[in-house]
Ligand binder design. Structure first.
Ligand SMILES: [Zn+2]
Length: 404
C-alpha cells in the first residue's frame, strides 16, 4: 500500500552524529520517524506501552522518498549505486526543464553483470569495461540522490532538488532522555515548497512517497493516518514545524513480476551485444544460464554471516541459501533508540541505502516469484522491526542501460 505525505510546514529531519553540532539533514522521511509519531499519538491517547508496541509492530512502515508534486507522479525512489552520469554535465536528459537537462543518467549494474558472467565463461575482451558519456566522451561518476518518474505524454525523469527553509537551532526531543540534554544543534529544515520540474520561476508542493507493508488491516492503517494528521514530524514540532497531510498514493511502479521479467530480458539483450565484443565470441554461450534478480536496499541493511557482521546478505529461498554473485555496496553505521526504554541501541555495521546485489536462481520462475514477493514485504537481514533492510526486487532503474 503506497501513501503520499505532504508537509504543510517546514520539516526538520535528521540524525545526530556524536562529533557534530550539526543535525545531519535528511531529505527523505525514515519509516522509524513515522512509527515514532504513531507511537506518540497512541501514548497521548492514554494507551499503555505494551499495547502501543503491539499496534505499531503489526505494520512495517517503509522510508518515504521526496519528489515535486507535478503531473502524474508515477513513483519516487533512491537511485541505485550503479547509476552514473557525466562528470562534466551530470543529470537526466529527460528533465522537463531544458536548463536542468544533463547528458543523461545510465545504470551500470546489468552491463557489469553481463561482463562478469561472460568473463566467467572464458570471454576475452580487447578493452577493459568502461563507460564514457555518449554526448561528450567525458568520464562518468556516481549519480546519487532521489529521482521521480512522471507521466506527461512521455516518461520524464526528474532528479529531486531539495529547497531549504533556513538554519535554526534545535534541541532534539527524542534525545532529551540521554546524554544530549540541553545541547543545541544547528539544522536546516526542508521547505514544504520546491521548484516545479518544468519552470524556473514557479514552485509546487514537496511530497513523500512510501510503502506500508504488508497489506495491513483497515484499523491499523486508519490509526496510522489519524496519527499523522495529529502529530507533527521531526524536530521543533511544537513550534510551527512538521505538520503534514497524508493520503493514498496512485503509484504505478511496475509490479514485481514485470520488473523481474524486464530485468532478465535486458540482461539477455546485453548478453548478445557484449558477447559480440569478445575476441572469442564464437566459443561463448548464446544466452546466460539461469534466472537473475537484484535486491536493492531502500533503507540501510544489517547483515550477519555466522555471527560476523557483513555487508553482503545471503538469502534463504526454497531450501537454498543464495549468495550474491555481484554487488555494489558501501558501509554505514546503524544506530537507533529503543522505543520502550528510551536508550540507545547497540551500533551495527550496515550496508547503505542504494546498495544493489544480484543473485542467480536455477529453479523455475514460478517457484521464485512468491519467495521474492515475501522478501519485498518482510525486508532482509536484522533489525527489520526498526526499518532496516527494506528492499525492492529488480529496481526499475536497472533497465535504464541507455542514457535517460
Ligand atoms: Zn557528457
Amino acid at each position: 500500500m503506497w501513501l503520499k505525505i505532504e508537509p504543510k510546514e517546514p520539516l526538520l529531519l535528521g540524525e545526530v552524529r556524536a562529533d557534530s553540532q550539526f543535525l545531519v539533514g535528511q531529505t527523505y522521511i525514515p519509516g522509524r520517524v513515522l512509527r515514532g509519531a504513531w507511537a506518540e499519538w497512541l501514548a497521548r491517547k492514554g494507551i499503555d506501552d505494551v499495547q502501543i508496541l503491539n499496534t505499531v509492530g503489526r505494520v512495517r512502515i517503509g522510508n518515504f522518498f521526496p519528489a515535486a508534486e507535478w503531473r502524474h507522479l508515477r513513483y519516487a525512489l533512491p537511485l541505485p549505486m550503479s547509476a552514473l552520469s557525466c562528470k562534466r554535465r551530470g543529470g537526466f536528459a529527460r528533465e522537463p526543464h531544458p536548463e536542468r537537462r544533463g547528458h543523461g543518467v545510465v545504470d551500470t549494474l546489468l552491463p557489469h553483470l553481463v561482463y562478469y558472467l561472460l568473463k566467467e565463461q572464458g570471454a576475452r575482451f580487447p578493452v577493459p569495461f568502461s563507460l564514457l558519456c555518449q554526448q561528450c566522451g567525458d568520464r562518468m561518476e556516481t549519480f546519487s540522490g532521489f529521482y521521480a518518474v512522471y507521466q506527461d505524454g512521455t516518461d520524464h525523469f526528474v532528479h529531486f532538488r531539495p529547497r531549504f527553509h533556513g538554519q535554526t537551532k534545535v534541541a532534539l526531543s527524542r534525545y532529551r532522555r540521554a546524554s544530549a540534554e540541553g545541547m543545541l544543534y544547528t539544522a536546516s529544515a526542508l521547505s514544504p515548497r520546491v521548484s516545479a520540474p518544468d519552470r524556473s520561476d514557479g514552485d509546487t508542493a514537496l511530497v513523500f512517497i512510501g510503502r506500508v507493508l504488508p497489506p495491513v488491516d483497515d484499523g491499523a492503517l486508519s490509526s496510522f493516518k489519524e496519527a499523522l494528521a495529529k502529530v507533527a514530524l521531526g524536530a521543533l514540532h511544537t513550534r510551527g514545524y512538521g505538520r503534514v497531510e497524508v493520503r493514498d498514493a496512485d503509484v504505478d511502479l511496475p509490479p514485481l513480476r514485470q520488473r523481474f521479467e524486464a530485468f532478465n530480458q535486458t540482461l539477455r539483450a546485453l548478453w548478445q551485444d557484449i558477447r559480440r565484443l569478445a575476441a572469442n565470441a564464437q566459443g561463448l554461450p548464446l544466452e546466460p544460464q539461469g534466472l537473475y534478480f537484484s535486491v536493492d536496499l531502500l533503507a540501510s541493511g544489517v547483515f550477519q554471516e555466522q555471527g560476523i557482521p557483513t555487508l553482503v546478505p545471503t538469502l534463504p529461498i526454497g531450501g537454498h541459501v543464495l549468495k550474491p554473485l555481484f554487488w555494489m555496496t558501501r558501509p554505514d553505521m546503524a544506530s537507533g533508540w529503543s522505543t520502550a526504554w528510551g536508550l540507545p541501541k547497540p551500533t551495527n555495521l550496515a550496508a547503505r541505502m542504494r546498495s544493489a546485489y544480484v543473485y542467480r536462481w536455477d529453479g523455475s520462475q514460478e517457484d521464485l516469484i512468491p519467495a521474492l514477493q515475501a522478501l519485498e514485504e518482510q525486508g532482509i537481514g536484522q533489525r527489520r522491526d526498526e526499518g532496516f533492510g527494506e528492499c525492492l526486487i529488480c529496481h526499475p532503474f536497472h533497465q535504464e542501460v541507455e542514457e535517460k
